[in-house]
Ligand binder design. Structure first.
Ligand SMILES: [Zn+2]
Length: 211
């Protein structure tokens, strides 16, 4: 993928200024190529802004006679919190009930990348993934659950170091039918991997944008 803005001078100048502002000497040997590397890394980590959902899903929407729940669990994702520009990362779980179309399974993690490789807040990331699946295949319902660790909290020692934020977006049958929602959550068995997450935990544990 071409990454727009890559290697342009202005961003590298800004990163040099940032290093100076932090009390560093941008001209010392170890930092000489850092502006170029940081720019490249940031361009990749925000490449979702330039991704086209239709292109990602191109050729991977199929008409089927299937109306049972489709679940893709444990999709790894990495994103940047827009409040601190620090990573938050974890697992994304997606379910939907098709009406007449499905998305090729391999495309679902790519869809997560499109929205996670941006500056985000966890709630919006969760909602955007759900809304996009809703728009593209008009299923009977969509559910997205994200469990994430926010480095802006754990590295700075805010609240519990090992807490994870859990957010969910439920559309259609998952919102309207408790049994469907419970079936999905039961299949996820959140927290069964020894973590501290539970479906009752709210986004209040998430990165808090203080002044
Ligand atoms: Zn943050």
């Amino acid at each position: 993928m071409r990454l727009p803005g890559l290697y342009n001078g202005p961003m590298q100048d800004l990163i040099r200024k940032l290093l100076s502002g932090l009390g560093e000497d941008p001209d010392r040997e170890g930092l000489l190529n850092t502006p170029k590397r940081v720019e490249k890394a940031l361009a990749f980590l925000t490449s979702g802004y330039h991704a086209d959902v239709d292109q990602v899903l191109n050729g991977a929407l199929f008409t089927v006679d299937y109306s049972e729940m489709v679940i893709v669990k444990d999709i790894d994702f990495y994103s940047l919190c827009e409040h601190h520009l620090l990573p938050f990362f974890g697992k994304c779980h997606i379910a939907y009930i098709p009406s007449d179309r499905v998305i090729g399974l391999s495309k679902i993690p790519r869809l997560v990348d499109v929205f996670s490789r941006r500056l985000q807040v966890q709630e919006r990331l969760t909602q955007q993934i759900a809304d996009t699946i809703g728009e593209k295949i008009s299923p009977l319902g969509v559910a997205v659950v994200i469990e994430a660790t926010h480095l802006c909290m754990s590295m700075r020692g805010v609240e519990k170091q090992n807490s994870r934020a859990v957010t969910s977006a439920m559309i259609g049958a998952f919102r309207d039918t408790a049994r469907t929602r419970m079936e999905f959550l039961e299949l996820l068995k959140l927290g069964s991997r020894g973590g501290s997450a539970s479906p009752g935990m709210s986004a209040t544990h998430e990165c808090i944008a203080e002044e």
